[in-house]
Design a binder for this molecule. Structure first.
Ligand code: BES
Ligand code: ZN
Length: 470
C-alpha cells in the first residue's frame, strides 16, 4: 500500500472502529470474564483459557495464531505477513491479571465486568480492565478494523501475549530465545502503561526494575503463652517489624548497605523537562484517597521519587493470631513480602544479596530464615530519539489533539528489557491507562474514552508505521 492509499484507508478504518465500538466493548467484556490470575495455581486452567481466547480472536482476523507452551504459563504468538516493502511491528502485552482480593472491597464481582455510566462517558470495571486486557484489546480491535476494511494491516504484525507478567515473567526469556527468529521485527509496541491525562497521550521511556523476596523468620518451635514466655523470649512479629522499620532512615533513604551503588541520576535537562510538566501532585494523591505525599526520599520531587529513584516496600506481612477476638500468644513465626523498585545502574542480583544479608544479620541466635525469591529484573530505558517514536506520535493524533509527551514510569514490565536485549529492537511504550484506574486494586476500571481512543491510536500508529518504513 502506498502512503496516499494508507492515509485514505486509515480514515475508513477509523470510521469502521467508531461504528463498531459496541461490539469491541462486548468482546472486551467477554475476555474480562476469564479469571486468568497467573500467580495463583488454582487458576492455571483459566490462564490457558485466556490464552486460547486471544489466539481464537486473532485467528478470526487473519492471523496465524498459536498457544505456545512454556515452562510456566503459555504465550500466545500470532503473525500476519508484511505487505511488500512494509516494516514489521511486534506487539507485546499480557493476558494474565493480578489476584482480585480483597474481594469484599469490590462493588461488583471482579470477573463479572460491569459497564458503569459516569461523567467521563462510562467505564468498564473488572480485574484486568486496564492492566492489561483492555489495552491489549485496543490492539486487537484496531487490527480487526484494518482486517475488515483493508483486508489486513498496512504493516507486518507479530503479536506476543504473555501469561506471567504479573508474576515476574519467569518463562519469557526461554520463549524469546526459542522464538528469536520468528519474532524478528523492526520495532516493538507495548501498551501496558498510562496517559499523562485523559486528553494527553504519553510515550514512556523509563521503567523501574524489581527485586521481590519473601522472608519467613521462625523463633520458638511453637506458639507460646505470652504470659508465661513474654519477657523471657523475643517475639518473631516484633522482630520482623523492627527489621522492616530499620530498612529506611528518618530521611526516607534505604539503609541496606550498598543499595544505592551505581544509581544514575537523570540529566538536568530531563529533570527540568519533568519540572515543566507541572505534575498535579494533589490530584494524584486524591486518586489514592490521600492528601499527604511524604513517601520516599526527602528533598526530591514526586516525579523523581516515582520515576528515577529506587524504593523498597513491604507488600504484605503476617504472623501470629489474626482471627476474631484476642489470643495471647508469642507466635512461632512471621512473614514479610518485600519488593524493591530499581533504577538504571542498579544490579538486581547485588540488591538481592544485600537484602538477604540485611535480614540475616538481624536474626536472633538460633532462629531460622526461609527465603522465597519471586524474581528480579533490571530497570529499562527506551531510546527517545527512535524514528519509530515520531511515527507513534503521529499515529496518536488520530485520537488526541494534544501532542504526546514523553514520561517515565514507576512500574515494571520485565519483558521490555528482555525484548530489547534479545531481539535488539526499540520498544515503544504507548499506554492508555489513567492514574485513577485502580490498577492492582479493587474496582479496577478502564474508561471507555481511553478504550476507544486507544483503538483509534493503534489504527493511526499502524498507518504511521507503514509510512515511516525505517
Ligand atoms: N501494567 C503494569 C506496569 C505499570 C504499572 C505501568 C503502573 C504503569 C503504571 C504491569 O502489569 C505490572 O503491574 N507490572 C508489575 C511487574 C512485576 C510483577 C515484576 C509491577 O510493576 O508490579
Ligand atoms: Zn499489572
Amino acid at each position: 500500500m502506498n502512503e496516499t492509499n494508507t492515509t485514505a484507508s486509515c480514515k475508513s478504518v477509523l470510521a469502521y472502529a467508531d461504528e463498531h465500538a459496541d461490539a469491541s466493548l462486548a468482546r472486551l467484556i467477554d475476555i474480562l470474564k476469564i479469571p486468568s490470575i497467573s500467580t495463583d495455581s488454582a487458576h492455571d486452567e483459566d490462564v490457558i483459557r485466556g490464552a486460547q481466547w486471544f489466539a481464537d480472536e486473532l485467528a478470526a482476523i487473519g492471523f496465524e495464531a498459536e498457544v505456545v507452551k512454556t515452562t510456566g504459563h503459555p504465550v500466545v504468538f500470532a503473525e500476519v505477513a508484511a505487505p511488500e516493502g512494509a516494516p514489521t511491528v511486534l506487539y507485546y502485552g499480557h493476558y494474565d491479571v493480578q489476584p482480585a482480593d480483597p474481594l469484599e472491597l469490590w462493588d461488583s464481582p471482579p470477573f463479572d465486568p460491569q459497564v458503569v455510566d459516569d461523567e467521563n462517558g462510562g467505564r468498564v470495571v473488572a480485574r484486568g480492565a486496564v492492566d492489561d486486557k483492555g489495552q491489549v484489546m485496543t490492539i486487537v480491535e484496531a487490527l480487526r478494523a484494518w482486517h475488515a476494511v483493508a483486508g489486513g494491516p498496512p504493516v507486518g504484525v507479530k503479536i506476543m501475549l504473555e501469561g506471567e507478567e504479573e508474576s515476574g515473567s519467569a518463562s519469557l526469556d526461554g520463549f524469546l530465545t526459542a522464538y528469536r527468529e520468528r519474532l524478528a521485527s523492526d520495532v516493538c509496541v507495548v501498551s501496558d502503561t498510562g496517559m499523562w491525562n485523559a486528553e494527553t497521550p504519553a510515550i514512556t521511556t523509563m521503567l523501574r526494575g524489581m527485586v521481590y523476596q519473601e522472608f519467613t523468620i521462625t523463633g520458638p518451635s511453637m506458639d507460646l503463652h505470652s504470659g508465661m514466655y513474654g519477657g523471657a523470649v523475643q517475639n518473631p512479629v516484633n522482630v520482623l517489624c523492627s527489621i522492616v522499620a530499620e530498612m529506611h532512615d528518618s530521611e526516607g533513604r534505604i539503609t541496606i548497605p550498598n543499595f544505592y551503588d551505581g544509581v544514575e541520576e537523570p540529566s538536568s535537562a530531563v529533570l527540568s523537562d519533568w519540572e515543566s510538566l507541572n505534575f498535579d501532585e494533589e490530584g494524584f494523591l486524591a486518586s489514592a484517597g490521600l492528601t499527604n505525599g511524604d513517601g520516599g526520599e526527602h528533598g526530591r520531587s514526586m516525579l523523581e521519587r516515582t520515576w528515577s529513584r529506587p524504593t523498597l516496600d513491604a507488600n504484605g506481612m503476617c504472623g501470629g493470631y489474626v482471627g476474631e477476638g484476642a489470643k495471647t500468644i508469642i507466635p512461632s513465626s512471621a512473614m514479610v513480602k518485600i519488593s524493591c523498585r530499581l533504577v538504571p545502574g542498579q544490579d538486581p542480583e547485588a540488591i538481592e544479596h544485600a537484602l538477604v544479608a540485611f535480614v540475616r544479620d538481624r536474626l536472633p541466635e538460633g532462629w531460622s530464615l526461609d527465603i522465597d525469591s519471586h524474581g528480579s529484573n533490571p530497570a529499562v530505558e527506551v531510546r527517545n530519539d527512535s524514528p519509530w517514536l515520531n511515527a507513534a506520535r503521529e499515529g496518536l493524533t488520530c485520537a488526541y489533539s494534544n501532542p504526546a509527551i514523553v514520561v517515565g514510569c514507576g512500574g515494571s514490565i520485565p519483558a521490555v528489557g528482555s525484548i530489547q536485549a534479545e531481539l535488539g529492537i526499540d520498544a515503544l511504550l504507548v499506554g492508555f491507562g489513567l492514574d485513577d484506574d485502580r490498577v492492582h486494586s479493587p474496582n479496577e476500571k478502564f474508561d471507555l474514552r481511553c478504550f476507544n481512543g486507544g483503538i483509534r491510536s493503534q489504527i493511526g500508529m499502524l498507518a504511521a508505521f507503514a509510512a515511516h518504513s525505517s
